[in-house]
Design a protein around this ligand. Structure first.
Ligand code: BGP
Length: 461
């Protein structure tokens, strides 16, 4: 093997409750914003498929965990559904949800797969959204109650916890660009939502550490490298602004306990500082993460603004930069996203050099493919050589960062089996395992699944 990884490297995949459980109304689960939105505006949802019938992990989990085992997983990340645990967001806890997640955790452990558990993956309970969602302080408290309940019930066996997955995404999609409920375009609210997400994370970390359960707690961030078009100072400044707004707004408080001064200055200048209480900043400073999950798909490329923005238009981050479409970039032909493998190395070096080389892992990386059934062979197996190449090309850069001292402990692909996506339903497939929606959601291991098994067995390639 040319690329050998350290002993005990975490090999596995990531998932989320809404995207794979299905049965969104079963066994006492309350509505979350996706269930609500789908019921209220089904036409908004691609292919008419909503969160009620995503990949049916809720009933097929035994088969799925055996497939994880068969494909070599030594770890698996899933999220707990807040609205399954607390149908109303707080108050009475749903025993059926506790039973379900206990069974998942125990079945994983019986198969020697370590559970990595995330608490919030874009799925605000509707009752909490009605209280203002992350805009509201009372929802922060409800989240901490939910988190504590999870630690109490599952913390004897789960040793890796995460407070949020990609918390910048609900800020962008829910409050700036209109892709997630409540689909607003309101920078002031977006800043408040971001601040409360950071605060909620710190409070959950405190609650976890206070319980002394012996595991670690972190956060999962999509740290998207922000590359300038050129070394011209105006382009560099534009890239720095994007980095401050979309990466460092969460990375700095999560790892260092403070917000970057330049970000505070920028928000102050525009009169967009969030509302907070003095003690909040102490809580954030004193409760930083033990480990960091990094999701990486594609970089952000920016340039200085070419036209003066209309001062009367609602304030948007794009007031500071324009997006830049790099000529000649490598593109995933089946999904359109840029492929830039070195990005993962740049992120790991940034964490090593500027964030105390905190323990981290790649918590999502993957290649979505539209109409993937066209790559099916006569035996019904998807021949996804493009995905194997994609993974290997990223792993080479991770390996290089490791050799240069980066504290990277594992690699999780997105995702285990084809699942439902927030905006595209089942259009783009990501799994190591295919799911046949027309045929009782039948699971079939793809070529990449067998490749993954070999990768883990030889701890490299
Ligand atoms: C990440 C999310 C995942 C997943 C993935 C792929 O941002 O954490 O939930 O959906 O992106 O994106 P998409 O499904 O939109 O193709």
């Amino acid at each position: 093997n040319k690329y050998v990884f350290p002993k005990d490297f975490w090999w596995g995949s990531a998932s989320s409750a809404t995207q794979m459980e299905g049965f969104s109304g079963a066994d006492g689960k309350g509505q979350n914003i996706w269930d609500y939105w789908y019921e209220a505006e089904p036409n908004r949802f691609y292919q008419g498929i909503g969160p009620d019938n995503t990949s049916l992990f809720y009933t097929k989990f035994v088969e799925d965990i055996l497939l994880m085992k068969e494909t070599g997983h030594n770890s698996f990340r899933f999220s707990i559904s807040w609205s399954r645990m607390f149908p109303k967001g707080r108050g009475e806890v749903n025993q059926k949800a506790i039973d379900f997640y206990n069974t998942i955790i125990n079945t994983l452990l019986e198969n020697e797969i370590e559970p990595f558990v995330n608490l919030y993956h874009f799925d605000m309970p509707m009752a909490m959204q009605e209280e203002g969602g992350w805009e509201s302080r009372s929802v922060v408290d409800a989240y901490v109650e939910y988190a504590s309940t999870c630690f109490e019930n599952f913390g004897d066996r789960v040793m890796k916890w995460f407070t949020h997955n990609e918390p910048i995404v609900p800020v962008e999609c829910g409050y700036l660009y209109g892709h997630h409920y409540p689909a607003l375009c309101d920078f002031e609210k977006a800043v408040q939502v971001a601040f409360h997400s950071v605060l909620a994370s710190a409070k959950a970390i405190k609650a976890y550490h206070d319980k002394e359960l012996g595991g670690k707690i972190g956060i999962i961030l999509n740290v998207t490298p922000s590359y300038p078009r050129s070394n011209h100072p105006a382009d560099l400044a534009a890239a720095e602004k994007a980095d401050l707004l979309f990466n460092r707004s969460f990375l700095d408080p999560s790892v260092k306990g403070t917000f970057p001064e330049k970000l505070i200055d920028m928000l102050r200048e525009e009169n967009f500082l969030p509302k907070y209480e003095a003690e909040d900043l102490d809580i954030i400073r004193e409760n930083t993460v033990d480990l960091l999950g990094i999701n990486y798909y594609q970089p952000r490329r920016v340039k200085a603004k070419e036209n003066m923005p209309n001062p009367n238009a609602p304030f948007m981050p794009e007031r500071y930069f324009d997006h830049y479409d790099m000529p000649g970039k490598k593109v995933n032909p089946y999904r359109g996203w840029e492929i830039y493998e070195k990005g993962v190395y740049d992120i790991l070096k940034n964490i090593q050099e500027n964030y105390g080389n905190i323990e981290c892992f790649i918590s999502e990386n993957g290649m979505g493919v539209e109409s993937e059934e066209r790559f099916k062979d006569a035996n019904g197996m998807i021949q996804d050589d493009y995905r194997i190449t994609f993974y290997e090309d990223h792993l080479k850069w991770i390996h290089k960062a490791l050799n240069e001292g980066a504290n990277v402990k594992g690699y999780h692909v997105w995702t285990f089996m084809d699942n439902w996506s927030w905006l595209n339903s089942y259009k783009n497939r990501y799994g190591l395992i295919s799911v046949d929606l027309q045929n009782d959601y039948k699971r079939t291991i793809k070529k990449s699944g067998y490749w993954f098994k070999k990768l883990v067995e030889s701890n490299g390639f």
